[in-house]
Ligand binder design. Sequence first.
Ligand code: ADE
Length: 420
Amino acid sequence: MAAENWVFTVTAQTPTNIAVIKYWGKRDEDLILPINDSISVTLDPDHLCTTTSVAVSPDFTHDRMWLNGKEVSLSGGRYQNCLRELRSRASDVEDEKKGIKITKKDWEKLHVHVVSYNNFPTAAGLASSAAGLACLVFSLAKLMNVKEDHSRLSAIARQGSGSACRSLYGGFVKWIMGKEENGSDSIAVQLTDEKHWDDLVIIIAVVSSKQKETSSTSGMRDTVETSMLVEHRAKEVVPKRIIQMEEAIKNRDFPAFARLTCADSNQFHAVCLDTLPPIFYMNDTSHRIISYVEKWNRFEGTPQVAYTFDAGPNAVLISHNRKAAAQLLQRLLFFFPPQSDTDLSSYVIGDKTILQDAGIQDMKDIEALSPPPEIKETNTPAQKYKGDVSYFICTRPGRGPVVLTDESRSLINPETGLPK
Ligand code: ADE
């Protein structure tokens, strides 16, 4: 190593993703190897992403991480697995101007600092660990000059958090379960980039919940140990659905895509119910959203929107196009109006143009919404559920990880190596 007191940093931004064919159940807990393939759509990082700055300096005494402004431990096995895998693949780094010279061997002794922010609430149940671990691995790989492609990096991110491997790409992504015991072939591959199907609009209903949810790790373990349905799902159902889903995505066949997405979400939650003790991730609001979407799709004669729910009550609603998204948002705001003291601009966040398309500018426009035609025939006044949704996020399929070269985006002070 050359001069002392230098700090070398890299900053990256990585998206989150939502599975449309779900990952549920591991065949190896340590390596995080799944029992079936899964497919996801990457969400636009402008609305949901992790930004991570990583730094190395001969002055650092141990590996440290700050997450959303608070120092957290990096000693967990999953973080350690990622750090070990990356260090073993690190290459020489040289920056003559800054007097930095790090050899492959130096990386074994050097320590790193990691500063990470999620641009959405970590507690909202929006797969923050997928974006977070993908960003950790991607940014450290750049810092350490790891010369491996995104699929090989995905196998490292997978060891931090299973679904993180799918956040190494934009667009539609498949996580191939793989067959090898060492997990070397359990990697993510891109099916199509984000431009392939850019009509899609995604609205996430962040559902208010007081219930403490079962962690995915323990939930999956209980499912694999006790559910008979999960074996049928992994061996018989998912392999066929993966083929059909790839075809639907390739052909931008929305009716097939919606049918498969909804069916797979419902089967995932059926498998949770088939677990001992049963796991309930959805709540009454989630169930209501499913009923409204099913009713509307049936009324239209062809699906306008697909729903999918992960390990929590939030609804991820994927609409065919902008027109369907605006109609969906009108329906959602009709059934789930904000509390009277809520500001509309914080109730519908992300791509606000959907709100404009829906013709909604203020609270009065929401109050003036009439019941959707598909429920009118029931002759009973439509019930509204004020306060049952915390907020909505309007987004779309998005790009994969990027390095942010603009120094002002760095989260690390380049002099001290500490959070800014
Ligand atoms: N878990 C949740 N968010 C994370 C992040 N940004 N980095 C690492 N782990 C996380």
